[in-house]
Design a protein around this ligand. Structure first.
Ligand code: SF4
Length: 197
């Protein structure tokens, strides 16, 4: 983070401008379904923490993101809130949990039905990936860029595919010299850095 506080109201906009596909996928699923399974919540909570979202804002963000019925809100108060505080090191072992890096996300448990965690480059079918690249990042379906990305995925070079998407959406500016995407928070930080330049 830049020592600047991120608030819950900034997240929709930041997701569009600065988040890698794994986090945009989770964000959009949360907005669409108004619920999120455990692994997705964990992946996103830790990412938002490292992005600079303070605990109070995180609790408000998640509470508002969830459906507003009594059953869900009871579950929120009994269980989800504890899990969020746990991710911030405020419960249990009080460990300062890091956000997951690409390697851990890519090699971790693949998402099952109704789950949104994971890395879209690794875990989406080719056709879903292609649609998501067009819809979320404006990569034209039949373009050379699309072929390059899908070829990288085919070769299991997921970080290369993700780096290419970063470049395409940042006027061909990339990560730092010789760097490819290895952490979702690094992706977001670099994107915010370029916006400031
Ligand atoms: Fe997220 Fe990393 Fe996959 Fe990019 S390569 S979508 S940052 S897990």
């Amino acid at each position: 983070s830049y020592g600047e506080t991120v608030t819950k109201d900034m997240i929709d906009d930041m997701a569009k401008k600065h988040f890698p596909m794994c986090m945009r996928n989770i964000h959009n699923a949360l907005r669409r379904d108004r619920q999120m399974k455990h692994q997705g919540r964990l992946q996103y909570t830790l990412f938002l923490k490292v992005l600079g979202l303070p605990i109070e804002e995180a609790i408000l963000f998640w509470r508002e993101s969830y459906a507003n019925d009594q059953k869900t809100q009871d579950k929120f108060n009994k269980e989800y809130k504890y899990n969020i505080r746990h991710s911030y090191g405020l419960e249990g072992k009080r460990a300062n949990y890091p956000a997951r890096d690409c390697r851990s996300i890519i090699t971790g448990n693949p998402p099952g039905a109704n789950e949104s965690h994971g890395c879209p480059f690794r875990h989406f079918s080719t056709s879903n990936l292609q649609s998501a690249l067009s819809a979320l990042y404006g990569v034209p379906s039949l373009s050379q860029d699309m072929s390059d990305i899908l070829n990288a995925v085919e070769a299991k070079q997921y970080h290369v595919a993700c780096t290419r998407v970063f470049e395409l959406t940042h006027d061909n500016q990339g990560m730092a010299e010789g760097e490819s995407v290895s952490h979702p928070n690094r992706y977001a930080a670099r994107s915010r850095e370029l916006e400031r330049e």
